[in-house]
Design a protein around this ligand. Sequence first.
Ligand SMILES: Nc1ncnc2c1ncn2[C@@H]1O[C@H](COP(=O)(O)OP(=O)(O)OP(=O)(O)O)[C@@H](O)[C@H]1O
Ligand SMILES: [Mg+2]
Length: 227
Amino acid sequence: MNLVEVRGVTKTFASTAEAVTPLAELDFTVARGEFVCLMGPSGSGKTTLLHLLAGIDRPTAGSVRIGGEEITGLSASALARWRTRAIGYVFQQYNLIPVLTAAENVEVPLLLLRLDRSDRDRRIATALAAVGLTDRAHHLPRQLSGGQQQRVAIARAIVADPLLLLADEPTGNLDRTAATATMALLRRLVAEFGKTLVMVTHDPQAAQQADRVVHIDKGRIAAVPHA
Ligand SMILES: Nc1ncnc2c1ncn2[C@@H]1O[C@H](COP(=O)(O)OP(=O)(O)OP(=O)(O)O)[C@@H](O)[C@H]1O
Ligand SMILES: [Mg+2]
């Protein structure tokens, strides 16, 4: 069963002087437990597609089903509630809150769910242990290396046990060693915890970790099976 089913999706941004259509009648599916890597030139629509999968933005036309649910028809508030439970998102720039510790950053998605303190603490500890940062729980982001900050961001993305993990160039700011460690961690989340992951990358070495690489160009997809 496909966890992600995108059918005939077109996205047009009409707000600019000239309308831009980064995605054109695009079809894209991801199986449950699969790790798919999205690659393509700058401006080809990769981030736009991730935003549609996350319910951060809506398509101009077409259908986006995640876990069997058509998310294009949800109201703004229903979509926000859905996103909290269903999506874990990892950004290139980590996007941690600078005045919060690692543990407090990981806690943020849990504050939107109805959980008591002890339940939240248990989940935070589990997520930080999964990314190997138990001993950095009370550090601020600026007291952590880039690789460690990205691992905190990954802990934040998994702490609410989402249906789907999305990562937009998660190794883009990291050196080779930190990038390799981050990729090993993401790979392990899929293999051991059964997560489903869609990752955008420009890095062929990072893409090697994926089950399947999908190439996108000018808003259209050409799937190439992983060798
Ligand atoms: N909110 C927006 N309003 C207008 N145009 C947009 C908006 N978001 C993206 N675009 C345009 O859509 C196109 C695709 O952008 P997108 O960010 O999806 O590319 P990308 O494949 O992620 O590129 P990169 O590899 O550089 O991150 C670009 O031409 C971009 O300028
Ligand atoms: Mg992008």
